[in-house]
Design a protein around this ligand. Structure first.
Ligand SMILES: *[C@@H]1O[C@H](CO)[C@@H](O)[C@H](O)[C@H]1NC(C)=O
Ligand SMILES: *[C@@H]1O[C@H](CO)[C@@H](O)[C@H](O)[C@H]1NC(C)=O
Ligand SMILES: *[C@@H]1O[C@H](CO)[C@@H](O)[C@H](O)[C@H]1NC(C)=O
Ligand SMILES: *[C@@H]1O[C@H](CO)[C@@H](O)[C@H](O)[C@H]1NC(C)=O
Ligand SMILES: *[C@@H]1O[C@H](CO)[C@@H](O)[C@H](O)[C@H]1NC(C)=O
Ligand SMILES: *[C@@H]1O[C@H](CO)[C@@H](O)[C@H](O)[C@H]1NC(C)=O
Ligand SMILES: *[C@@H]1O[C@H](CO)[C@@H](O)[C@H](O)[C@H]1NC(C)=O
Ligand SMILES: *[C@@H]1O[C@H](CO)[C@@H](O)[C@H](O)[C@H]1NC(C)=O
Ligand SMILES: *[C@@H]1O[C@H](CO)[C@@H](O)[C@H](O)[C@H]1NC(C)=O
Length: 718
């Protein structure tokens, strides 16, 4: 609202066509600004000194020829922001966002007595912000209302005191910088106009200042992804205009105060996930009737859900995953929550059954109840949820999978169905007499259920299937040849079963694994919620999921078909712990996208193809416990694999400079003492190229990806 007040006069002014030309002094200021650019991207050519500078690209003048707006966003400019712009004494709006300006933001601009809006977001400005003009002898009046310095490289402490003079500030967005020290607190001491304060993604630490409670006009307060600690200060709840309160991923502790939270009647978004909050969700939350998003995941909250939650009829998203909530979900009457789209209670301690009232939530799009202790059989009413596309009920105590699948196959909306991690009392995999096939499934997990029987034929009718998790069951019989008819399938984990027979040639025909062009995207709406592989590990974007074929730990007895070379886009191949015999086919060297190759614990003979060292992205390699002979490949990624990759192959040997393989008695694999290459770097290279990003990729992402690789096939998808 307040921001609109700022814009309207500006827009009116900019409609007035200039009748007077700009002064020489103003032109000089602009040319000085131009001189500060190291890359002008053609601007100099457009700013002729023989034309009126009011006509210049990006410049707007008032009717009397004074420059009131400089608007040069997304112009590809590089260099410094010249303090000369501060000399434009009528300038009201400066927009330099989305360029590559570096250096500091001149204090002249912040201390200007005319500028109302400064937007320098998305640049590379750094250094400490100095809003105070020390030389200013004139009045301290600062009309600045909107300051957007987000997504820059500003560091240092946020100079709190200096901001006291900014008595007209309405919007401050300083998110996505490197500010440190205490969160600034003095904003509303001299003024109470501040409506939007965004400090997300910085390194602010210490307690949250209570004085923000004085900001009576504050609607949006965001400070997530910092290092804030302590409790939410009581005074904060005096900021009763707050609509959006967001502090996720900090170190906040304490309880949500049941009395004070009711002051925030206007609250529509409450984001406190990823902190260390304890205690209950207060009953009084029912008084926040405007609440739309309640995000409290990954805290240490406990107790039962308050039944008053059903009074929050505007709720769209409830995310309580990763807490210690107990009791029955039936305490909440979900029929009232007609706007609910996402309910996520993954990893809590809820008991009882799925509340019947939830089947009235006709807008429900994602329901994740996995990792609790819910029991009972699935209600046929679940197909009433016509908008439901993501359903995860894994790792609970539900019974009767036959009933479950028979019901769910009638849903045409579900694209992701995760029901693994159950002990269905020794039931067999429901067969084709019961299940006809699902309509739109893209992701199906029935892993970890100890199901016996065969891989059922009804799966062959799931034409949209992209990922299939059937690992950790007791499935027997051969791998069916129809698997190649699933044209979109790129992730198949049938490891840890009792499958027999050969590695079928049909597997070598899987279209998604043959085509290097085909990408591994899955219906994004289904995966906005992310798939949990194991606690703490999650896929953020599904296109980060590798193409995988995991047949490990079965009873397969053939050779590895030469046709394996066709699976050009495969990233992970795991045939370990079977009874495969014969040689490692040379064609493995064609799998140029491989990152993981595990053929360990089989009966493979012959030599390791030396050309495997051309697989530049290979990060894990294991042929241990076979009967291989001859030299171990060297060069490329092979200089990085540990000895354990080869152990228990008595006839394998390592070629070194002074020892030819086979010349002496083949020594058991010796220690790679001279190994110089940092394995991590080698992995980075593979990883970076695979995802089309630079080599120096964020290590966090790297370790997550590694973690996923390590746990792949073991954990139940939740
Ligand atoms: C315009 O710029 C050119 C070259 O930069 C300079 O030679 C000329 O004197 C300038 N003219 C005026 C009127 O400032
Ligand atoms: C600055 O320009 C960018 C790009 O046109 C625009 O998205 C942004 O809203 C502008 N900033 C302000 C404060 O109007
Ligand atoms: C910077 O913030 C202002 C105020 O919130 C906003 O109007 C503007 O669009 C933002 N700039 C960009 C590039 O998003
Ligand atoms: C602040 O700027 C960031 C971009 O840097 C934007 O994503 C965010 O939405 C802005 N915050 C507010 C409250 O507008
Ligand atoms: C918060 O508001 C209450 C009244 O609602 C008042 O008694 C109290 O002094 C205020 N606290 C602060 C720190 O402003
Ligand atoms: C969660 O709270 C309980 C006490 O309520 C405590 O024993 C436990 O250590 C806490 N867990 C974490 C991770 O802080
Ligand atoms: C739940 O709410 C609905 C709609 O408001 C109502 O009809 C129903 O009786 C309530 N159920 C319970 C158990 O209170
Ligand atoms: C499982 O559900 C089916 C209906 O789909 C039913 O016929 C069968 O009796 C149920 N089994 C048990 C053990 O409840
Ligand atoms: C391959 O699968 C087997 C059996 O599930 C497992 O033990 C092994 O760790 C997997 N290999 C890799 C590299 O993940």
């Amino acid at each position: 609202m307040a921001f609109a007040d700022v814009l309207v006069p500006l827009m009116l002014l900019s409609l007035v066509s200039p009748s007077c030309s700009c002064t020489e002094q103003e032109e000089g200021s602009l040319l000085q600004f131009l001189a500060g650019l190291s890359r002008d991207n053609g601007l100099t050519a457009l700013w002729h000194n023989d034309t009126d500078c009011c006509e210049w690209e990006g410049i707007t003048c008032s009717s009397d020829g004074a420059i009131i707006e400089v608007s040069l966003a997304s112009r590809g400019l590089e260099g410094h922001v010249s303090p000369s712009l501060g000399g434009l004494s009528n300038l009201q709006s400066l927009n330099l966002s989305c360029n590559s300006f570096s250096g500091d933001l001149p204090s002249e601009l912040l201390a200007s007595r005319s500028i109302i809006v400064v937007d320098v977001s998305f640049n590379r400005l750094s250094q400490v912000l100095q809003p105070q003009d020390c030389n200013s002898s004139v009045s301290d009046y600062r009309p600045l209302q909107v300051l957007n310095i987000s997504s820059n490289l500003f560091t240092g402490e946020f100079p709190s005191v200096a901001w006291e003079k900014m008595s007209n500030l309405v919007v401050l967005n300083a998110s996505n910088n490197n500010f440190q020290g205490l969160m600034p607190s003095s904003f509303c001491i001299s003024s109470s106009l501040l409506a939007v304060l965004d400090l997300t993604y910085n390194q602010f630490s210490g307690n949250m200042p209570g004085s923000l409670g004085k900001c009576s006009a504050l609607r949006v307060l965001k400070a997530g992804h910092n290092n804030l600690t302590g409790q939410l200060p009581d005074e904060l709840f005096n900021a009763s205009s707050l609509e959006y309160l967001s502090f996720p991923n900090n170190g906040l502790d304490g309880v949500l105060d049941d009395a004070r939270i009711t002051n925030l009647r206007n609250l529509s978004k409450l984001h406190l996930g990823g902190n260390m909050l304890i205690g209950k969700l207060p009953d009084t939350i029912g008084q926040l009737t405007r609440l739309e998003e309640l995000l409290m995941s990954d805290n240490n909250m406990s107790g039962e859900l308050p039944s008053a939650l059903s009074n929050c009829t505007n709720l769209v998203t409830i995310d309580l995953k990763g807490n210690r909530f107990t009791g029955e979900l039936t305490k909440v009457n979900f029929s009232n929550l007609i706007n609910l789209r996402t309910l996520d209670v993954l990893y809590n301690k809820f008991t009882g059954t799925i509340p019947e009232s939830i089947y009235s939530c006709s807008n429900l799009n994602a329901l994740r109840l996995s990792g609790n202790s819910l029991h009972g059989q699935l209600s046929p009413r679940i197909v009433d949820l016509k908008s439901l596309s993501f359903l995860s009920i894994s790792s609970n105590k539900f019974t009767n999978i036959t009933n479950m699948l028979r019901i769910l196959q009638n849903s045409s909306s579900i694209t992701t169905l995760l029901i693994g991690g159950h002990n269905f009392n020794g039931e067999a995999m429901p067969g084709d007499d019961i299940i006809a096939g699902f309509q739109n499934l893209q992701v199906l997990s029935i892993s970890g259920c100890s199901l016996s029987g065969k891989i059922p034929f009804w799966l062959s009718k799931l034409k949209s299937l992209k990922m299939l998790f059937l690992q950790k069951n007791q499935l027997s019989g051969p791998i069916p040849a129809w698997i190649k008819n699933l044209e979109l399938l790129f992730y198949l984990d049938i490891s840890n079963n009792r499958l027999t027979g050969e590695v079928p040639l049909a597997l070598m025909e899987m279209p998604m694994l043959k085509s290097e062009k085909a990408t591994t995207d899955v219906d994004p709406s289904a995966f906005e919620r992310t798939v949990y592989i194991a606690r703490g590990l999650q896929y953020r974007k599904l296109n980060a999921v590798p193409k995988l074929l995991n047949l490990g730990n079965n009873k397969l007895t053939s050779v590895i078909p030469k046709e394996i070379g066709q699976l050009k886009s495969l990233n992970v191949l795991n045939f370990s712990m079977n009874s495969l015999s014969g040689e490692m086919p040379l064609q493995l060297c064609s799998l140029t996208n491989l990152q993981v190759l595990d053929l360990s614990s089989n009966h493979l003979t012959g030599e390791i193809p030396l050309e495997l060292n051309k697989l530049n992205f290979l990060a894990e390699f294991n042929v241990s416990n076979n009967d291989l002979k001859g030299p171990i490949p060297t060069g490329g990624q092979f200089d990085t694999f540990p000895d354990s990759s080869y152990e228990r192959n008595p006839k394998l040997c390592r070629v070194t400079v002074d020892q030819l393989c086979g010349s002496a008695e083949p020594s058991a694999v010796s220690v790679l003492s001279t190994e110089q290459i940092d394995r991590r770097v080698a992995f980075w290279i593979g990883f970076g190229a695979f995802f089309g990003v630079g080599i120096l990729h964020d290590q966090l992402v790297l370790s997550k990806f590694r973690g996923i690789m390590d746990t792949m096939g073991f954990n139940i998808v939740l």
